[in-house]
Design a protein around this ligand. Structure first.
Ligand code: NDP
Length: 433
């Protein structure tokens, strides 16, 4: 704590992992001898830089850019960039730390890192977004590369931003190095299903948790928070799997549609028109918009938090359990506080932590890197099959590990121990670096 003052989300993420890996340390005393935990909690490299840019009216703004290269024992650093005014070093470190374990769980050769900026994209014109991305990349380009560090999207960074970032990288380096960023557009090295991957993957993971209990999505009422990339495609896949998502949200409030959210309309509002979620209720007569309230007050059987960290505290978790919730899958990173997680575990409901449940996005990014390296492009169907299999494998890895360590059905312990063991083994093999 004293080494990293004020980084509360980072402390929370580290504590959550350390609290569950005790059994693994008992079985492998060599991890303690090699001080793996201390090495894991210290990023390999942290870069903080100035991002100056000019708005449409000629005003000059200075933002702060970050890239935290956390651990490259398993492969190049890999993790998204977040643009949100709340971003500070503690946000990026918590996300980077989580990413190390998530990436290990995928079974693919990727290390963990994360980056971003305290830039607020809301209300900015397309030209302003482009100028900001170009300025950020003018510093970031020297730290990244297909064999070094491969950023992608996260909150506030989607296909448009990745396009501008890639354009500037290509311009500065004079290299068409497709594998330097993932989440690219399909015309310039992007992979099919990457846009859908995190949301689809989360729904696949919840489907596996339900199946393990003899249940399914069929006929279930589902609530999703957020209305961004992860939320939209989680909703789409839940509907394909037979569930009905009746509510989703943004940071201003939520919409309720008892007939089930119309995903095509949601995409039009969020991806094309870039409007607020409120616009949905203005177009659908039977839908309602509830401002300034959390979506978790809507009764549901499955909850999928897909917005941001710490959006479900103990209070919301208890309300969900009281209302009959049987499964929770974290589409977002660390959306449940420790009290929230504990309430779900105490109630014995299926709880899929983000490291496992939302790993489909980064896994498909690794598939994008694979396609870029071989100058290939796979079909949508094949890519989706690969994603589904990866999510099934992650589910199996977590549940087998939980079982092995005497905590059947505990995906928190299963994911942390399984990922930690993999990273620790690789670090031991590479020596004291
Ligand atoms: P988007 O920017 O596309 O969407 C974010 C959504 O969450 C928006 O609806 C936004 O509402 C809401 N939101 C963001 N911050 C807050 C906040 N402080 N309070 C309330 N609501 C908020 O991001 P993504 O969908 O890509 O990411 C969502 C989550 O999923 C994040 O935790 C991210 O780290 C995680 N994730 C994303 C992956 C990806 O592939 N994109 C991969 C793995 C995890 P508003 O517009 O009002 O801000």
């Amino acid at each position: 704590l004293s080494r990293n003052p004020g980084e509360v989300e980072f402390h929370q993420a580290v504590r959550e992992v350390l609290e569950s890996i005790g059994p693994a340390l008992g079985k492998h005393p060599e991890y303690a001898d090699a001080r793996i935990i201390s090495r894991l909690c210290e990023p390999e490299r942290q870069i903080i830089f100035r991002v100056p840019w000019e708005d449409d009216a000629g005003g000059i703004h200075i933002n702060r850019g970050f890239r935290v290269e956390f651990n490259s024992a398993l492969g190049p650093f890999k993790g998204g960039l977040r643009f949100h005014p709340s971003v500070y070093l503690g946000t990026i470190k918590f996300l980077g730390f989580e990413q190390v374990f998530k990436n290990a769980l995928t079974g693919l050769p990727i290390g963990g890192g994360k980056g971003g900026s305290d830039f607020d994209p809301k209300g900015r014109s397309d030209r302003e977004i482009m100028r900001f991305c170009q300025s950020l990349m003018t510093e970031l380009y020297r730290h990244i590369g297909e064999y070094t560090d491969v950023p992608a999207g996260d909150i506030g960074v989607g296909g448009r931003e990745i396009g501008y970032l890639f354009g500037q990288y290509k311009r500065i380096t004079n290299r068409y190095e497709s594998g330097v960023l993932t989440g690219k557009g399909l015309l310039y090295g992007g992979a099919k299903v990457r846009t859908e991957a995190t949301g689809y993957g989360s729904a696949f993971f919840v489907n596996e948790m339900l199946a393990a209990r003899g249940e399914s999505f069929e006929g279930r009422t589902v609530v999703v928070s957020g209305s961004g990339n992860v939320a939209i495609y989680a909703i789409e896949k839940v509907h394909q799997l037979g569930g009905k998502v009746v509510a989703c949200s943004d940071s201003s409030g939520y919409i309720y549609d008892e007939k089930g959210i119309d995903v095509e309309l949601l995409k039009e509002i969020k991806e094309v028109r870039r409007e607020r979620i409120e616009a949905y209720a203005e177009r659908v007569a039977h839908a309602s918009y509830v401002p300034d309230r959390l979506v978790w007050e809507v009764p549901c059987e499955v909850a999928m938090p897909c917005a941001t960290q710490n959006e479900i505290t103990g209070k919301e978790a208890l309300a969900l359990v009281r209302n009959g919730c049987i499964a929770v899958g974290e589409g977002a990173n660390m959306p449940c506080t420790p009290e929230g997680v504990q309430a779900f575990l105490d109630a014995g409901i299926a709880f899929g932590p983000g490291k496992a449940a939302n790993a489909g996005g980064v896994a498909t990014s690794a598939l994008e890197m694979q396609q870029n390296a071989s100058r290939d492009s796979w079909s949508f169907e094949y890519s989706e099959q690969r994603l589904e299999q990866i999510m099934k494998d992650i589910h199996a890895r977590c549940s087998e590990t939980a079982e092995e360590y005497g905590m059947p059905g505990n995906y928190v312990a299963g994911s942390n121990i399984s990922a930690y063991t993999r990273v620790a083994e690789a670090m031991l093999s590479l020596g004291l670096i």
